[in-house]
Design a protein around this ligand. Structure first.
Ligand code: SF4
Ligand code: F3S
Length: 107
């Protein structure tokens, strides 16, 4: 079991989550972060740090977002590690809670 970054992170990418992870399990793409499922130790520190509630336990991911379970595992293999908070995109607030962002995911 692992924690999963889901759709609401796309284009928000606040990175507070990466700052608290004790095992540096986060990986960074252009407009999204993912968690490496083999590195996450299920400490449960990160979900409460995300301003947009994008992180959840794998068993809690709703059916329409199950695709993110595979995407976290896949993209964590190719994207660079991130272990500290950095500035969010300037338009991050405009993307909070917007639905249908999967199509905007950049690789
Ligand atoms: Fe890191 Fe803990 Fe979040 Fe897993 S649950 S990604 S170990 S902070
Ligand atoms: Fe994304 Fe939330 Fe982390 S927006 S980068 S999951 S703090």
């Amino acid at each position: 079991m692992s924690f999963i970054v889901t759709e609401n992170c796309i284009n928000c990418k606040y990175t507070d989550c990466a700052d608290v992870c004790p095992v540096d399990a986060f990986y960074e793409g252009p407009n999204f972060l993912v968690i490496h499922p083999d590195e996450c130790i299920d400490c449960a520190l990160c979900p409460s740090q995300c301003p947009v509630g994008a992180i959840m336990e794998e068993r809690d991911v709703p059916p329409e977002q199950r695709v993110f379970i595979r995407l976290n595992a896949e993209l964590a293999e190719t994207w660079p590690n991130i272990s500290e908070k950095k500035s969010a995109p300037p338009d991050a607030e405009e993307w909070e809670g917007v639905s249908g962002k999967l199509q905007l995911l950049e690789r």
